[in-house]
Each structure stands twice: as C-alpha cells, then as structure tokens.
Ligand binder design. Structure first.
Ligand code: SAH
Length: 247
C-alpha cells in the first residue's frame, strides 16, 4: 500500500511514522509513505497556499491551484491510488471503512487547514471524504495519521501473529474483552481466576462474555449490527441477571 500525504505542514509527520508498527511495516516494504508539501506547488513568489473566502467572513481557504497541481502530480505517479479528503463532513472512520481502504492499491490523503479547501477541489478530485468524528481539528494532519495507522494494521503481514488484529475491538463487531498481565494482584484487585486456569475453552467463554458485557454497557448500538450466536444470547441473558442482582 502506498500512502501519499499532501500537507502544508510535513514537519508534523516527523515521528509518528518512525516508530513501532508503522516503521516496521515500512521496513518490510508492506507500506510506503511519501509526504508532499502543497506549498511547493504554489506558483507565486510568496508561495501562497490560502486566500480570503468569497462572500467574506472569518478565516482563510486553501487555494485550488496549488492543491490541484500537487494532486495531479501525485496522481500521475500513482494512477491507481484513491484521492481521500479529510473533513469533519466526511464519512466516519470506522473499522469497516479502514478495512475497505486497506484493499486499495494506494491512498492520496489531502490534509486541509484553515476553513478548509476550495470546494472545487472536492468536486474535481475528491473520491472519498473521511472524518475522525463529530469535532473539528485544526488540520487534516492528525486525521491522515489516524487513517494511515488504522489502515496499515489491517494489511496482511503488518502485525505479527502475537498482535493479531482479529481479536481487536470492532473486528467481530464487538468491543474487546479486558486484558490483564502480571502481577496476579494489584491495588487490592485480583486477576479473574479463569484467566489463570489454563483451560482454553473456559478462557474463550470468559472473554466472549466480557466482550459482550463491555459492548452492552458502553456501546449497545453495536449489538444490533451483528448476528448473535445462541451462546451469545445465553451469555447476554446471564449478564442481564447478574446486573439486576447487583443493583
Ligand atoms: N470549516 C470546516 C472545518 C475546517 S477545519 C467545517 O466547519 O467543516 C480544517 C481542516 O481540518 C479540514 O479541512 C480537515 O482537513 C481537517 N479536519 C477538521 N476536523 C476534522 C475531522 N473531524 N476529521 C477529519 N479531518 C478534520
């Protein structure tokens, strides 16, 4: 997967892509990340990349010409890549969206700044609009980092078998079960006994039930989106009884 990130602030990306899983994926040549400074494509002496909005009002708007020139130059190198705009008005980045994007050959991610980009860029070049959530960031750079990270984890071979994405939250539509590591007792709290039992079937059931409990408690909406097994339904009934008796 080839990521091309178009930004006015390439310096922001020093660091986040140079550690841990992303860095290893780059070393293994499973991904490649190129940064492109949009300002390099501004034609005037001052390399102007923004201008006042038509119609007046606060803030500045990212100019169409430098951005279009940058997108076209990158697209010429990577004709099969998909142009993604970052925007609070886009579709929400979820596990499903990340997994859909991980199937693409390459992503060209445009980071907006100020009030955003000239709308004609969206109309002419935008193939997808991605939002991190219902809040406004100062720029698309952090959104681009989140997209690169979430998509990279899902590319086959990136995660070692010990860090498999398959049990992660959202992968099977549920939140993941809680984790514990040594010591067996901490802050007066013991690790649930089942996890120390060495009985794989009991551990599997405990994890499934805790996964259901967590999802039911904090994201009940997710339960409507998946097909529950008979075992799941039984466990949910148990959880309901346990909660009722705890009240
Ligand atoms: N005026 C715009 C917000 C601009 S914020 C509006 O009200 O819709 C400036 C830039 O930050 C955007 O162009 C986008 O690239 C990025 N950005 C802000 N919030 C974001 C979010 N929730 N998800 C993804 N990108 C975001």
């Amino acid at each position: 997967m080839i990521f091309d990130v178009l930004t006015l602030f390439p310096g922001m990306f020093l660091g986040p892509f140079d550690e841990s899983i992303i860095n290893r994926a780059k070393d293994k040549r499973l991904i490649d990340i190129s940064l492109h400074n949009i300002r390099d494509w501004a034609a005037d002496r001052h390399q102007t990349a923004d201008d006042a909005p038509y119609g007046g009002g606060a803030g500045m708007v990212m100019k169409a010409e430098p951005l279009a020139a940058c997108i076209c130059a990158v697209k010429a190198m990577r004709p099969n890549s998909t142009v993604i705009l970052t925007s609070p008005q886009g579709r929400r980045l979820t596990h499903r969206v990340a997994s859909e994007l991980s199937e693409k050959e390459g992503l060209i991610i445009v980071c907006g700044r100020y009030e955003g980009i000239d709308e004609r860029i969206r109309t002419l070049y935008g193939e997808d609009d991605i939002s991190l959530g219902d809040f406004v960031l100062s720029g698309g750079e952090i959104a681009a980092m989140a997209i690169v990270d979430a998509v990279t984890r899902l590319i086959p071979g990136v995660l070692g078998s010990s860090e498999s994405a398959e049990t992660d939250s959202f992968c099977d539509g549920l939140l993941e079960y809680p984790h514990y590591t040594r010591p067996p007792e901490f802050g007066g709290l013991a690790v649930p006994e089942t996890l120390l039992s060495g009985n794989h079937e009991l551990i599997r059931k405990w994890r499934r039930k805790e996964s259901l409990r967590k999802t039911r408690a904090v994201r009940p909406d997710l339960l409507n989106g998946i097909e529950l097994t008979r075992e799941d339904r039984r466990m949910l009934a148990e959880i309901e009884l346990e909660d009722a008796s705890a009240d």
